[in-house]
Design a protein around this ligand. Structure first.
Ligand SMILES: [Fe+2]
Length: 274
């Protein structure tokens, strides 16, 4: 059965049906990649892969990165477990609790990932949604004068969640990296705003006050609900997102309920370029 791509009709995203990810043909992989490039977020429902099958599915989109931490909830070194499940009070996964501000994964590194695939195994009854902003659309809708103003600017991002935006104390030892503020996506030639409230520290070419004001202005723009799709998870969902064309956030959820996701991270073959 050929796969069907049904756009969500909002700022981004499409549902893929007619595919069991445990067996992906080269034709399926090509269709998946086309949908990924066009819609930035794709969702497949009711999937039941093993860890290795999830890794193999991820390979349809590129090379898979190793996880920095191997969780006892998986054991596979290419699976990142995102969960608040605890043993003796200690989380068995990463990013266990609560809300997360909008961010671009690994933006503080030289080569942020191309994307990731996330599989939902246990979800809270309310909250823990993932919101995706379309940063290509956000760029395209900027006034021409603003686009011109951003031309040639670079931004520095630091692995110090939130401290940057609220003007808190910066630890210079934290991993940090500078990228173009507007990057071009090699596959499509489109441009995307590369900024996020969680980790962008400064715009290098501007004085501090102006830099902070522009970061705030651009983050407000990117997070405008008209660019955002909010994914309400169902068990069995697999969602793949393009980390170059989106910024994502997580809504709050109760610490008394379990949330358990497995993720594979897709490496990029390019570095961000203007
Ligand atoms: Fe993330």
């Amino acid at each position: 059965m050929p796969i069907t791509v049904t756009p969500f009709g909002g700022p981004l995203g499409a549902e893929i049906s007619g595919l069991d990810i445990r067996s992906v043909s080269p034709e399926d992989a090509q269709a998946l990649n086309e949908a990924f490039l066009e819609h930035h977020v794709i969702v497949l429902r009711d999937q039941k892969p093993t860890d290795q099958q999830l890794v193999d599915f991820g390979k349809s989109f590129g090379e898979i990165k190793k996880s920095r931490f191997v969780s006892p909830l998986s054991g596979h070194d290419q699976i990142m477990v995102i969960s608040n499940i605890r043993e003796d009070g200690k989380p068995l996964g990463q990013l266990p609790d609560g809300e997360m501000w909008f961010h671009i994964d690994q933006i503080y590194t030289a080569q942020p990932c191309r994307g990731a695939a996330l599989h939902a195994l246990e979800i809270p009854s309310e909250g823990g949604d993932t919101c995706f902003s379309n940063t290509v659309l956000a760029y395209e809708t900027l006034p021409d004068a603003t686009k011109k103003r951003l031309d040639g600017l670079t931004a520095q991002h630091s692995f110090q969640y939130g401290a940057t935006t609220i003007g808190g104390k910066q630890d210079e030892d934290r991993p940090r990296y500078t990228h173009p503020l507007v990057r071009r996506i090699p596959d499509t030639g489109k441009k995307s705003i590369s900024i996020c409230r969680l980790m962008t520290d400064r715009i290098n070419e501007l004085p501090d006050t102006e830099s902070r004001a522009l970061i705030g202005e651009l983050c407000d723009h990117v997070e405008n609900p008209k660019f955002v799709y909010q994914h309400k998870w169902q068990i069995g969902d697999i969602l793949v997102w393009d980390n170059r064309c989106t910024s994502h956030a997580r809504t709050d959820f109760s610490e008394t309920e379990r949330r358990f996701m497995k993720r594979v991270t897709i490496a990029d073959k390019d570095v961000p370029m203007a």
